[in-house]
Design a protein around this ligand. Structure first.
Ligand code: SAM
Length: 255
């Protein structure tokens, strides 16, 4: 399957794994060559890069006012359980402590690891102000339908509020943050994530530059969600609903 997400295709013919791997490797080599020749042409070939694996709801190891641009695609509330989706790779890498020194710790302590994910379900109810009237309305509406779901969504908004505050701290004045985010509908309640994010970011001090709505171009993932749970579902599910036909790009600036 093309997606990294676990999916079932009953008609799938099992290909020769070595052939598939080599074909994919070749295409990645070609794309990398293209990328590096573009970097060289534009004079950006020798710019250094550093990667951190961090929980973005916590303080990042970056100085205040040190970053020019943030581009991010945060989790969408309760639609993916990222920790579960990546559990297989985690277990796989965990068996290889030579190359992935700390990964076996995550697979051993999976439940605790899972709790750090933004948008995961069954977190303990957190308290605090959402800094968004839209978020307030959404959570109140959900409370009328399903309390545990209202708690999940409330926790998600509180986590994202922390992320926005940290983004604001690390950006330089004049620095920009672009976030790509989609809305959804849970148990008949419209979950306007993008509008909530825009409100929370403005409360964190950001100024709005652009709010772009765009049709999702790649239909690699199923467009169907279960109208009860908001989770991905197949086209044969009678309570299916179409979701995320659009997504939003929110561009903000730290004044
Ligand atoms: C919509 S996806 C974006 C994926 C990304 N664009 C990529 O290509 O890998 C959201 C990502 O946020 C990650 N995430 C969830 N909770 C997080 C947290 N507390 N800190 C940092 N990342 C988190 C998820 O694991 C997931 O990979």
């Amino acid at each position: 399957m093309k997606s990294i997400k676990p999916t079932i295709d009953k008609n799938k013919e099992i290909p020769n794994p070595l052939e598939s791997f080599l074909r994919h490797l070749n295409s990645m080599i070609k794309k990398n060559e293209q990328f590096y020749s573009e970097l060289a042409e534009s004079g950006y070939e020798n710019v250094s890069a550093k990667m951190y694996r961090r929980d973005s709801t916590k303080k990042l190891p970056l100085n205040s006012s040190s970053i020019d641009l943030i581009i991010t695609s945060p989790p969408y509330v309760t639609s993916y359980e990222y920790a579960d989706l990546h559990q297989l790779s985690l277990l796989w890498f965990g068996d290889d402590p030579k190359h992935f020194k700390k990964w076996n710790r995550f697979s051993d302590e999976f439940i605790a690891f899972r709790r750090n994910f933004i948008g995961t379900t069954s977190k303990k109810e957190k308290s605090g102000d959402f800094d968004s009237v839209i978020a307030e309305m959404i959570v109140n509406n959900l409370l009328q339908v399903e309390r545990p779901l209202a708690i999940d969504v409330g926790n998600y908004f509180l986590d994202m509020k922390k992320v926005f505050a940290e983004m604001y701290r690390i950006l330089k004045p004049g620095g920009k943050a672009c976030i790509i985010i989609g809305n959804t509908n849970l148990r008949g309640v419209e979950i306007s994530n993008a509008q909530v994010a825009a409100e929370q970011m403005q409360r964190a001090g950001f100024e709005k530059i652009e709010f772009i709505k765009r049709e999702i171009p790649n239909k690699m993932i199923t467009p169907w969600r279960d109208s009860e749970t908001g989770k991905f579902t197949g086209k044969d599910n009678p309570s299916k609903t179409r979701a995320y036909e659009y997504e939003y790009i929110v561009v903000m600036e730290k004044p």
